[in-house]
Design a protein around this ligand. Structure first.
Ligand code: COA
Length: 147
């Protein structure tokens, strides 16, 4: 299996839209799905915006998901992998490659407390739970200070 990241193309958005409305994925991420217009508007508004860095994740030449980073006082990272690609190390490899390209630190991630897979992905990439660990009861914040 070969995992690569590349610039996002407009033609990727249809599949990203489908990924973010998968009920199992939204439950995992505790992040509500956007309707089509809201989703497309969200991606259009971020396109080329200062501080926004987006990559498509490609597995054996097939579009598999995305990794994104943005600024909201601090630099943040998030990712979404389509369910067909879960459980094969794709998120870990994609985030590893992304963190080689996006070198600003610290970089933070907010994760639902029950999203064990995502927490594991982040910890495998060197992120640590912040102290105090709980920002609230539903979300934890992890941070990567150095590469
Ligand atoms: C969470 C998500 C990114 C994981 O992607 P993935 O490609 O399956 O992750 P990986 O294969 O790289 O797995 C990394 C580690 O997490 C573990 N893991 C992955 N999914 C898991 C799950 N659902 N439950 C428990 N552990 C899980 C893997 O076993 C692996 O650990 P190991 O190396 O110790 O065996 C993916 O399921 C996803 O995109 N979900 C929907 C959106 C989402 O939750 N985004 C993150 C928001 S913060």
């Amino acid at each position: 299996m070969e995992v690569q990241i590349r610039e996002v193309r407009d033609s990727d958005l249809e599949l990203f839209f489908e990924h973010q409305r998968d009920p199992d994925a939204t439950a995992m991420a505790a992040f509500p799905a956007r309707e089509r217009d809201a989703f497309m508007a969200h991606w259009a508004s971020g396109s080329g915006a200062p501080g926004v860095i987006r990559r498509a994740v490609v597995v054996d030449a097939e579009l598999a998901g995305n990794v994104v980073s943005w600024e909201d006082d601090v630099r943040l990272v998030g990712y979404w992998i389509g369910r067909d690609f879960w459980g094969r190390g794709v998120a870990t490899e994609a985030l590893t490659q992304f963190l080689r390209q996006v070198t600003g630190r610290p970089i933070y991630a907010h994760v639902a407390v029950h999203n064990t897979g995502s927490i594991r992905v982040l910890e495998k990439c060197g992120f640590q739970r912040t102290d105090p660990p709980f920002e609230d009861e539903e979300e934890i914040v992890l941070v990567l200070h150095n590469n």
